[in-house]
Design a protein around this ligand. Structure first.
Ligand SMILES: Cc1cc2nc3c(=O)[nH]c(=O)nc-3n(C[C@H](O)[C@H](O)[C@H](O)COP(=O)(O)OP(=O)(O)OC[C@H]3O[C@@H](n4cnc5c(N)ncnc54)[C@H](O)[C@@H]3O)c2cc1C
Length: 380
């Protein structure tokens, strides 16, 4: 047996996978290059995905979602990774941003926003990072000052995924600027609120189709009712929810390695050099054998973490490990696979080159590899 049997997914998950695959083949793959040139995905595509039930699968039916388990999210993440459809910021929207509203929002916020997020009418973003801070969130400077039944928000955020397209942003701000991590709150903000402006679409070395923006807040007034959960508990909420975001990175990494390995095997079998296929060089077969063994090893760990998460038992430490090892392995393996493509590996029209450059950020966002090591090291 070459691959481990997967026990995570049911027949329903696999039927959902077929639907996602068809959607990606028809609605995404043919247009992905164009979106990469434009630096953004048309909002219409989001609405199409929403209509098919591909946004916010975790959100309960009463709020417009599918009321599904995280296995359905994992299927989506895997299928997006398989075709390297990195332009779509669906995961951040569905599995990172929307769950905060579900878990910590008032009934009014849930009713107002979750159905629109599930349909794609609103695109979600989560804004924590600022120009001066990223890893050290407790040092953030954006503030929300209480004024009657409103907050007055000032500050700026950067590197925000879905930033240009976003209709709804969860903002992390200081409600008590002197209290460090105990002074952070999460507040939901609609695009178009006076005082809220979006900066340029940031130019990145990869993820070219994904819009990433700076956001500015200048005396922006937001009702106190838009706060998620309790005042000054935001840091705790972020810590709680980050485990799922980190698992997402592991799930994507494992699927990306598998798909790119498959493509590389096919390419090297086809490509000839020195009167033989590139595949038949011992170096190639050994590199591919290493990649295969690493891929199976990662798959085993990712599926174990997925299984734990489905039972609500994934700890922050295991989530840090799956994020760390997934991202690092993806970077290392894709680099070797690109090498086996020679010059074509460096050409943008070959998926391997784009997957390689897109993967670089996995070691940086959702907490850098160094922060993951810190989290793990604290448990030793
Ligand atoms: C494409 C992209 C999309 C993003 N999307 C979002 C988003 O949607 N929302 C959002 O809020 N943010 C987003 N980010 C921001 C991302 O989460 C941060 O870039 C990341 O957390 C690192 O923060 P930083 O860039 O400020 O780096 P810094 O905190 O300045 O760290 C720089 C480097 O210093 C080292 N370092 C830092 N702290 C430690 C430590 N304790 N121990 C050892 N070494 C350390 C690490 O090597 C680290 O990479 C995105 C970033 C990118 C590139």
């Amino acid at each position: 047996m070459v691959d481990l049997p997967r026990t995570i997914f049911s027949e329903e998950h696999e039927m959902f996978r077929d639907q996602v695959r068809r959607f990606l083949e028809v609605e995404v793959v043919p247009y992905h290059d164009e979106w990469e040139r434009q630096g953004i995905v048309p909002r219409e595509l989001w609405r199409k995905a929403g209509a098919q039930g591909f946004l916010c699968p975790l959100i309960p039916v009463e709020y417009g979602g599918a009321g599904a388990d995280f296995g359905f999210s994992a299927v989506l993440i895997e299928e997006l990774a398989r075709v390297n459809a990195t332009a779509l910021g669906f995961t951040l929207h569905s599995d990172v941003m929307a769950p905060y509203i579900l878990r910590y929002g008032t009934e009014a916020l849930k009713r107002a926003y979750l159905p629109k997020l599930a349909s794609g009418e609103l695109i979600g973003a989560l804004a924590m990072t600022e120009p001066g801070i990223g890893s050290d969130l407790k040092a953030m400077r954006a503030t929300a000052r209480r004024d009657g039944d409103h907050y007055v928000i000032n500050g700026s955020k950067t590197f925000i995924t879905n930033g240009q397209n976003s209709g709804l942003v969860i903002l992390a701000v200081k409600t008590d600027p002197n209290a460090g991590r105990k002074g952070i709150s999460l507040i939901v903000v609609e695009d178009g609120t006076p005082g809220f402006t979006k900066g340029r679409n940031l130019q990145k070395i990869g993820l070219h189709g994904q819009d990433t923006a700076e956001l500015f807040f200048d005396d922006m007034r937001v009702p106190v009712g838009n706060r998620l959960g309790e005042e000054n508990k935001g840091f705790y909420y972020l810590l709680t929810e980050l485990a799922q975001e980190r698992l997402v990175v592991g799930v994507r990494a494992a699927a990306s390695i598998e798909a790119m390995l498959e493509r590389t095997i096919a390419y090297t079998r086809e490509r000839k050099a020195f009167d033989q296929s590139v595949f038949d060089f011992q170096n190639t077969r050994f590199k591919l054998a290493d990649a295969k063994a690493q891929s199976v090893m990662l798959r085993s760990f990712v599926d174990t973490c997925l299984g734990l998460h489905l039972k609500g038992q994934l700890t922050p430490e295991l989530a840090a490990m799956v994020k760390l090892k997934g991202a690092e392995l993806q970077g290392a393996v894709l680099d070797e696979l690109l090498q086996l493509h020679g010059g074509y590996g460096y050409m943008s029209e070959y998926v391997i080159g784009r997957a390689w450059v897109d993967a670089r950020v996995m070691r940086i966002y959702a907490g850098s590899s160094e922060i993951m090591r810190e989290i793990i090291a604290r448990t030793l």
